[in-house]
Design a protein. Structure first.
Length: 474
């Protein structure tokens, strides 16, 4: 089985969110079970600098709207996963991130930048490909590759396409006058096509023209077929429910392993958990929190946005402190929420710590040092931190949505609340704080979570089954 995995980011080369984690881990897991999976990535600065053993394998001169495009072959760092890199400096060699400039504004030519990614993905999956290696399946991910199934459809012939939704909230919406210049026929701009409320939607194109659709948890696959989580796409998704599958993401069990984590001051495990106390004391010291092993330490690692329910956390913070808990927050996001988190820390020195930004090492230390982990997302396609926290014995408190509902068992490995409100979160936190003082019961809860298998193997096997189904049906 040969699979071309088209994506706009992949860890460790380039990352803005969970898509990069999936793109870095799933292809490697697929190759371990015998799938010849290869990545396709834009040639950002970080990709060109970080991918090893680069060599040119093709030059493309006949893509309308683009000049000469070089295609490079390389290897992902620390793995044997081949990666094809689109070397087109005009679009990708920029000082900002993959999607935004240094000031946080979307690049005005994003439609062209990711149309090029989609067009080359489609080309490599057809008989027109300049490469000898041809995929049996083209696996596209999120709106940035959403035009690929449409391009492949209009080229005719070639591999079947799978479109994976990592977050339906990001839809790649652009003006309708780009349909023709981007190489799509005028007939595609209709409800049964790429049109979305009068605009062109890259994601809508992928969802309509792909042979199959997947998303990153079974519950999210159900939720997006109705409003509000369908984000305006619920009608299309419901009409394609017979070709819509939810496959839960995994996590990197080697990178996120408290018994071998180099970011931690000491090791621990479900069988030998005593080192977690040392990690907690070290975290309290690092964040200038009061040193007290008996105080429940509540951790938060998140984008600081409305979607993630951080406003609910801010709303209960005073009650948390009054009940004797500590709060450690790491993240960045909306300016008003960032300021609210900083204000909490200023009002409660020694009890609340807020670090604005992203720090990989600190994120590992917060997971290891926390007793309780808050992740009250209003919606969450899959989520990873609730799995990391269970692995590290930081008991999660989550809202019953998407992958959070699929990975946390209420009263068994964590606490799940069903009322989407401040009070709903607070009641779940109260349950956690109450059980925390029952040490034998708390230890059972911790160890149940630490013993769960969140590896990518199960996900890779499900994707392989789906690839086989697509090839047989094509």
């Amino acid at each position: 089985m040969k699979v071309l995995f088209a994506t706009s980011e992949a860890r460790p080369l380039v990352k803005t969110g969970g898509l990069a984690d999936v793109s870095g881990a799933l292809p490697a897991a697929l190759r371990e079970i015998g799938v010849d999976c290869r990545l396709l990535l834009p040639g950002y600065h970080a990709v060109i600098a970080g991918a090893g053993n680069q060599r040119e394998i093709a030059r493309l001169n006949d893509l309308p709207g683009f000049g000469e495009v070089r295609l490079l072959e390389a290897r992902m760092p620390d793995t044997d996963v081949p990666v094809y890199i689109i070397d087109y400096p005009w679009h990708y060699q920029r000082d900002g991130g993959p999607y935004q400039d240094a000031s946080g504004h979307d690049y005005p030519d994003n439609a062209w930048r990711f149309a090029l990614l989609s067009r080359i993905a489609a080309l490599l999956a057809t008989p027109l490909s300049p490469l000898e290696w041809r995929p049996d399946v083209l696996h596209c991910n999120d709106w940035q590759t959403g035009l690929a199934p449409a391009y492949r459809h209009f080229i005719g012939g070639g591999a079947p396409t799978l479109m994976t939704i990592h977050n339906l909230a990001y839809q790649g919406i652009f003006p309708p006058d780009l349909v023709g210049p981007l190489g799509l026929p005028a007939s595609s701009f209709q409800v049964e096509g790429v049109e979305y409320y009068g605009n062109l939607s890259f994601l809508k194109a992928g969802l309509y023209y792909a042979d199959w659709i997947s998303t990153v948890s079974p519950t999210y696959a159900e939720e997006i077929q109705t409003s509000p989580l369908g984000m305006g796409m619920e009608g299309l998704l419901a009409s394609r429910r017979d070709r819509l599958t939810g496959i839960l993401n995994g996590i990197d069990m080697a990178d996120w392993n408290p018994s071998s984590d180099l970011h931690l001051p000491c090791e621990y495990s479900a069988r030998a958990p005593s080192g977690k106390k040392r990690c907690k004391l070290a975290l309290q010291q690092d964040l200038n929190l009061e040193i007290d092993n008996d105080t429940p330490l509540v951790g938060v690692i998140s984008r600081l946005t409305y979607q993630k329910g951080i406003d609910w956390i801010v709303a209960i913070a005073e009650r948390l402190v009054a009940d004797g808990a500590q709060l450690a927050i790491l993240g960045k996001g909306e300016a008003a929420i960032e300021q609210a988190c900083l204000a909490l820390a200023a009002r409660h020195p020694g009890r609340v710590a807020s670090v604005i930004g992203y720090d990989e090492g600190l994120s590992h230390r917060i997971e290891a040092g926390s007793d309780i982990f808050l992740m009250p997302s209003r919606f969450e396609p899959c989520g990873l931190n609730q799995m990391y926290s269970q692995r590290y014995g930081a008991v999660p408190v989550v809202f019953a949505t998407g992958g959070l509902k699929d990975t946390v068992e209420d009263g068994v490995t964590g606490f799940v609340f069903t009322e989407p409100s401040v009070d709903g979160l607070w009641r779940a936190v109260q349950r956690a704080l109450s059980l925390y003082h029952d040490k034998p019961a708390w230890r059972r809860l911790m160890q149940a979570g630490m013993q769960k298998d969140f590896s990518w193997e199960a996900s890779a096997n499900q994707y392989t089954w789906l690839y086989q189904l697509l090839v047989l049906a094509h």
